[in-house]
Design a protein around this ligand. Structure first.
Ligand code: AMP
Length: 143
C-alpha cells in the first residue's frame, strides 16, 4: 500500500473538496503525508507594471502561511510542507521524486473546449508522474 502521499494544492477554496479523500487515503494506508504548493512567477513585465519589486517574496510568504494553516488542519509537520517556485507541473513532479511519493493527489476540473486543448495541471501531472495519481473531480466553474 501507499507509503508516501503528496498532496498538491493550489491553496484555493477548492482545496476543501480534496481534504476528505486526502484524509481517507492517509487513514486507510497510514502513509506519510506531504503538501506542496507551487508559486508560479508572474511574467517579468507584470512586476515592472505593478511597481512592486518584492511581489514574489510577498507571494511566497502568503503561500507559506496558507500552507502552514493547511498543515495544521491535516496535521502535517513543517518539514513535509513544500513551497516551490516555477511551473506547477514540473515542481510537483520534482518533489514527488524527491520525497519518493508513491501517490500524488490533486484536483481536476471537467475540461472542455480551449482549456481541454491547453491541458491542465492535473493532466500534466497524470502524464508525467512515475507513481500513481489520484485526481479528485472539482465542481464545474463554468469555464
Ligand atoms: P488546474 O488544472 O490548474 O486547475 O489544477 C488542478 C489541480 O492541480 C489543483 O486542484 C491542484 O491539486 C493542482 N495544482 C494546480 N496549481 C497548483 C499549484 N500552483 N501548486 C500545487 N498544486 C497545484
Amino acid at each position: 500500500m501507499y507509503k508516501h502521499i503528496l498532496f498538491a494544492t493550489d491553496l484555493s477554496e477548492e482545496t476543501d473538496f480534496i481534504l476528505a479523500p486526502v484524509r481517507g487515503m492517509r487513514g486507510y494506508t497510514g502513509a506519510q503525508l506531504s503538501l506542496i504548493h507551487v508559486v508560479e512567477p508572474l511574467p517579468g513585465y507584470s512586476y515592472a507594471y505593478l511597481g512592486i519589486e518584492d511581489i514574489e517574496e510577498q507571494l511566497i510568504d502568503e503561500a507559506r502561511e496558507a500552507l502552514a494553516k493547511l498543515g495544521e488542519k491535516l496535521t502535517v509537520q513543517k518539514d513535509h510542507q513544500w513551497i516551490e517556485i516555477g511551473p506547477a507541473k514540473t515542481k510537483i513532479l520534482k518533489i514527488a521524486d524527491e520525497v519518493k511519493a508513491d501517490l500524488i493527489i490533486c484536483g481536476s476540473h471537467g475540461r472542455h473546449g480551449l482549456s481541454l486543448l491547453l491541458g491542465s495541471t492535473a493532466n500534466a501531472v497524470l502524464h508525467g508522474a512515475k507513481c500513481d495519481v489520484l485526481t479528485v473531480r472539482l465542481p464545474d466553474n463554468g469555464i
